[in-house]
Design a protein around this ligand. Structure first.
Ligand SMILES: [Zn+2]
Length: 172
């Protein structure tokens, strides 16, 4: 693990930090715990940028955030229309930082990058109007026959005919 960055003179830190790293390990960073908040972002742009159903971020004050290693590996993408900046590791492509002009003092970091607790549970959902209609929202799952480890969501029965088909499948 990389050494903790030396504090600058007069810099205040909390007693506990949470560390985060990209897939290849070139970029590491830390925030002071607790973060400001944690949230799920259902915006289409975040969905694309992270290649997932929705992104879950931990927001940190920039003054309580430090890049420990690999700053030279970070590549920035500025989106002038949305007034956002996304930074990712140029070696492995991991999304690392998401900054929004509307909240200039906060940097958002994907929750999945942290190796420890951040002091905030993700209880907030934003941009739900852009939520993908294929997002799994906890619907009941059942084991898929003959495929160990695969769970699936049974199709909803819409007509009597499809209900009969489902019964046949269940009998296989
Ligand atoms: Zn990387």
């Amino acid at each position: 693990m990389p050494q903790r960055a030396k504090p600058l003179p007069g810099e205040k830190r909390s007693a506990v930090q949470a560390k985060a790293a990209c897939v290849c390990g070139a970029v590491t960073l830390e925030i002071d715990v607790p973060g400001v908040w944690a949230w799920h972002d259902h915006a289409e742009a975040s969905r694309r940028a992270q290649g997932c159903a929705y992104a879950t971020y931990v927001g940190s004050w920039k003054s309580r955030f430090r890049i420990l290693a690999g700053a030279e590996c970070l590549t920035r993408f500025e989106d002038p229309d949305r007034r956002t900046t996304r930074s990712f590791c140029a070696r492995c492509g991991t999304p690392m930082l998401y900054e929004r002009a509307r909240s200039p003092a906060i940097v958002n970091i994907p929750r999945a990058l942290f190796q420890s607790r951040t002091g905030r549970e993700p209880r907030y959902h934003m941009n739900l109007a852009e939520k993908a209609d294929w997002t799994w929202a906890g619907e009941p799952l059942v084991p898929l026959k003959d495929y160990p480890g695969v769970m699936w969501e049974r199709p909803k029965r819409k007509t009597p005919a499809s209900a009969i088909d489902s019964l046949f499948i269940a009998e296989d």
